[in-house]
Design a protein around this ligand. Structure first.
Ligand SMILES: Nc1ncnc2c1ncn2[C@@H]1O[C@H](COP(=O)(O)OP(=O)(O)O)[C@@H](O)[C@H]1O
Ligand SMILES: [Mg+2]
Length: 439
């Protein structure tokens, strides 16, 4: 802005110089040329008058002189108005008085001629009028010269202003270029730094999420095993002991027998509940029979619990999948089905497992209202995030498509050919390596 202001200031100065000095000067020079021209005409007339006297004598020239005088006066007056500032008043006054003297003398010459003193008149014209005319012409020439000089000076000034502005523009451009280059370099540098920071943070986050998920699975599995193996055993034993006690010499109508029977019933129910809880925490069917059977089992449980008609279909040649890939895929299906029950309002759901030579694609589709559009302040649920994290852990591809009022479909595609897409992170710390393999 500063530079623009400065350049405009320079240019306006230039315009002022142009209109106030140069144009004025040129106009003035034109008028001076007119004066010079008139003076030359006066000179020629003087020569004619003195060297080639007409028959009617010098007086015959009066009319010619008068018309020249009128033109000259007019030109001089116009010129005086324009007279450049540089001209001194003294100069102007000198010119005016010289002209006045000249015309007075002319009048005298013509008076003499009129009086018949032709000889005196010619002498006067030759000795005084002619030199005065030459002096006047010289004066006007000098004024013209001055104007030319002033114009030259103005030209030089204009050129110097142009050069200055040009130089300023180049300097400004260079400075701008340098500033742009420096800013760009700085931006590249800071962007790279920021990118590196984000990358490292993202890596840390992924490692953390992986550890969290694997630890969670580990805990769930051990609690589930503990429930099943330890408490299951105890409750089974308690049940058996109660049955034996019932049979041992207690009369059939004794209230103690009824109570024992009730306690045995409670023990049995608790055992059942504990088994199903253990299954929900970590379905043993996955470890024993593989992912496909686990999903089929869960679909049945889900249907029973929610009343949503759900089908499980296997396409292709099933492969037995266990370990981490199995449990994570199972959890993704579990979350997708839970979401369908919780959010979609569907009456029907479909689970499809498609086995190919080197991938397994599991899709969970509902036919409900679809996912709402992401609102600005909507809190993203943890379920979807965990799904993504698990998929990432398996190097699998997770895709969620949703159409309003048509339903939602969650599809996970995991590679099978890889030796083991998820080396058992529960056994060691190699989950870190899995993450870095992926990045
Ligand atoms: N099958 C679905 N149908 C409709 N909306 C869904 C479905 N699945 C998820 N959503 C929407 O996505 C949001 C986030 O889901 P999620 O991350 O599982 O969190 P949460 O289930 O705890 O709300 C849900 O609150 C819901 O609005
Ligand atoms: Mg959810």
């Amino acid at each position: 802005m500063g530079f623009s202001w400065y350049a405009l200031y320079q240019l306006s100065g230039l315009r002022k110089l142009q209109t106030q000095t140069i144009d004025l000067n040129r106009h003035d020079s034109l008028l001076l040329l007119r004066v010079q021209n008139d003076l030359n005409a006066v000179g020629l007339k003087l020569r004619d008058m003195t060297e080639l006297p007409r028959r009617a004598g010098i007086a015959a020239y009066r009319a010619d002189f008068n018309s020249l005088r009128d033109d000259l006066e007019e030109a001089i007056q116009a010129e005086a108005k324009l007279a450049p500032v540089a001209r001194r008043a003294k100069q102007q006054a000198e010119l005016v008085s010289a002209l006045k003297q000249f015309w007075q003398l002319t009048d005298e010459v013509f008076e003499e001629a009129k009086a018949g003193n032709e000889r005196t008149a010619r002498n006067l014209a030759l000795t005084q009028l002619s030199p005065q005319q030459s002096a006047l012409a010289a004066q006007v020439s000098s004024l013209l010269e001055r104007n030319n000089e002033a114009e030259e000076r103005a030209d030089v000034k204009v050129a110097s202003i142009y050069e200055g502005v040009e130089g300023d523009i180049y300097a400004f451009l260079t400075a701008t270029m340098i500033a742009i280059a420096a800013t760009s370099l700085y931006l590249i540098y800071s962007n790279r730094q920021m990118f590196e920071q984000i990358q490292s943070l993202s890596k840390q986050r992924r490692v953390l999420a992986a550890r969290l998920i694997t630890v969670q699975e580990e805990v769930l599995r051990s609690v589930s095993r503990e429930l099943h193996d330890e408490f299951g055993q105890i409750l089974t034993a308690v049940g058996a002991m109660l049955a034996r006690a019932e049979r041992k010499g207690i009369p059939a109508d004794s209230p103690l027998r009824t109570e024992l029977s009730e306690v045995r019933e409670i023990t049995h129910n608790t055992l059942e509940k504990m088994r199903s809880l253990s299954q929900m925490l970590h379905p043993a069917v996955i470890d024993d029979y593989g992912l496909a059977k686990g999903i089929e089992w869960y679909v049945e449980v889900f249907q029973r619990q929610t009343g949503i008609h759900t089908t499980a279909t296997v396409i292709g040649e099933p492969v037995r999948i266990t370990g981490q890939p199995a449990i994570h895929t199972f959890r993704i299906v579990q979350e997708a089905l839970t979401n369908a029950a919780k959010h979609s309002g569907t009456a029907m759901a479909q689970v499809e497992m498609t086995f190919t030579a080197d991938t397994l694609t599991v899709s969970v589709a509902d036919f409900g209202r679809g996912m709402p559009h992401a609102r600005k302040n909507a809190k993203p649920g943890l379920g979807l995030i965990a799904m993504r994290e698990r998929a990432e852990l398996l190097c699998a591809k997770l895709q969620i498509t949703s159409i309003p009022n048509a339903g939602t479909k969650v599809t996970v595609t995991l590679p099978l050919r890889q030796e083991d897409p998820m080396p058992d992170a529960l056994e060691d710390n190699s989950f870190q390596e899995v993450v870095s393999q992926k990045t």
